[in-house]
Design a protein around this ligand. Structure first.
Ligand SMILES: [Zn+2]
Length: 271
């Protein structure tokens, strides 16, 4: 869950800070260049007036740390709920695999990062990896949901394997164009709201895929004969994990849209 941020944090822990820093500078420069090109294209397309162009770059620069901070907070909040479920015993693991309908030989391994859990779509079965702190029935059931989508084929698998990874592109475009264009045209609130909406639309492949995996997980978890309290805790785990994806989808375009609107508002007020 939210593996990119956790990997970045654990990279610092592993004394690879220099490497991460260098990568951040390279990515930052590439983003700045993309922002200049993007803002020129937006002016040409009539989405942004020439005199508003100067607000786009600063909004993107300010929006990125805001996005990282917001993503971090969302993850911390979700993490408070993630350990609410019961422990995963080998017997429960077996029962969940059977109930999920995935192939009985679907491998369940250990993730390098103890706070991580993910599904690797390698080979016909794929592979589930659970970190030590993520060894809970709800987490396994969710990853089994991804495995059953992978093994089931069809449009859901196309979405999981292709549309979802490719959706970073429309998401980046939404963040860099819809957010600031709305913020500059109609003010900070519009930048925030329309940016968030555009981010959610662009991130739909991820959100649909995560929702599908969790709704399959809810069915799978019934196999353990949970008490109503356990069901409630499991669903809270799944919903808070989904919340991190929702935040991740909405935040970049919302933050940049808000920033563009605010920069314009305050620079007009002071001039
Ligand atoms: Zn997932």
């Amino acid at each position: 869950m939210a593996p990119a941020l956790r990997q970045a944090v654990s990279a610092w822990n592993q004394k690879e800070a220099g490497l991460v820093g260098t990568a951040a500078v390279i990515v930052g420069k590439a983003l700045a260049a993309a922002a200049v090109r993007g803002s020129n294209a937006m002016v040409r397309a009539g989405l942004v007036s020439p005199e508003d162009r100067k607000y786009i770059g600063p909004a993107i620069v300010a929006g990125l740390p805001a996005t990282l901070l917001g993503g971090y907070v969302a993850n911390r909040v979700a993490q408070r709920y993630l350990n609410s479920g019961e422990e995963l015993t080998p017997k429960k693991e077996e029962a969940l695999i059977r109930a999920s309908g995935v192939h009985k030989d679907t491998p369940v391994g250990v993730a390098d990062d103890s706070d991580d859990a993910y599904f690797e779509p390698t080979g016909p079965l794929g592979e589930i990896r659970l970190g030590q702190n993520m060894s809970h029935p709800a987490t396994l059931a969710h990853e089994l949901g991804h495995a059953s989508i992978h093994q089931g084929g069809g449009l859901s698998r196309v979405n999981q394997s292709w549309l979802r990874p490719l959706s970073f592109l429309p998401s980046a475009i939404a963040a860099g164009s819809v957010g600031p264009a709305a913020g500059l045209a109609w003010g900070p609130a519009a930048g925030l709201g329309l940016g968030a909406l555009a981010g959610v639309v662009a991130g739909a492949p991820t959100l649909i895929n995560e929702w599908q995996a969790s709704s399959r997980a809810k069915d799978t978890l019934k196999a353990l004969g949970p008490t109503p309290a356990q069901t409630k805790a499991n669903h809270r785990d799944l919903h808070s994990a989904f919340g991190t994806y929702l935040t991740g989808a909405a935040l970049p375009a919302a933050a940049i849209g808000l920033g563009a609107g605010l920069f314009k508002h305050f620079s007009k007020g002071s001039s």
